[in-house]
Design a protein. Structure first.
Length: 198
């Protein structure tokens, strides 16, 4: 009997998780289509074909939805900062950080597109400060405080190259995977130059 109860509870949790994910996906679609400010919880509920009360069960505000998306989609970045902080400031560590960071950005691309297109709103929401703190964490693990200033700038620029690459190369011809690889190559080149071209 205990096994049946555990399975039933696990199924309920999985369904709640699926609903939460659907709400996040639909909200992000609507925010992209018409902007964060112009999207209401009612419209999100209608697009999902659920009642507003059902939506409230999971999220009370639009900001709660965005914060949950940010936390879910940037968890790999938080984990990467923790891992990178325990590693030596070697070239290979920095290359691995860039590889993992590029993959995390790619997985969270819809969220970062929202953040790029709604910068004023993001600054007003709690995710603006959360993102700034994550970027400061990445900055601390990617640069050597004892390196020459130009080399520190190269390492920071490598991070921004990955960010800019999500948007700047969209209009260029080519396979999306090839474009992501090219952006990563440029970021790694910057870090390699910062380490004397090793």
């Amino acid at each position: 009997m205990a096994g049946t109860t555990e399975r039933t509870e696990s199924t309920k949790q999985r369904r709640r998780g699926d609903t939460r994910q659907r709400i996040q996906d639909v909200a992000l679609e609507l925010f992209a289509e018409q902007g964060y400010e112009k999207t209401s919880l009612r419209e999100i509920a209608e697009r999902l074909d659920v009642t507003k009360a059902a939506l409230y069960y999971h999220f009370k505000t639009k900001e709660e939805i965005i914060v949950s998306l940010f936390e879910d989609l940037t968890k790999p970045i938080e984990d990467l900062i923790e891992w990178g902080g325990s590693q030596p400031h070697s070239l290979e560590t920095k290359r691995e950080i860039l590889r993992r960071y590029g993959a995390a950005l790619s997985d969270a691309e819809p969220l970062f597109r929202f953040m790029q297109e709604n910068q004023a709103t993001v600054r007003e929401l709690s995710i603006g400060e959360m993102f700034k703190n994550r970027m400061m964490g990445m900055r601390q693990i990617i640069i050597d405080p004892d390196a020459a200033l130009a080399d520190q700038v190269r390492c920071i620029s490598a991070l921004f190259t990955l960010h800019a690459g999500m948007f700047a190369v969209r209009d260029l011809d080519g396979d999306p995977e090839d474009k992501r690889a090219a952006v990563l190559d440029v970021a790694i080149d910057l870090v390699t130059q910062a380490h004397g071209g090793a």
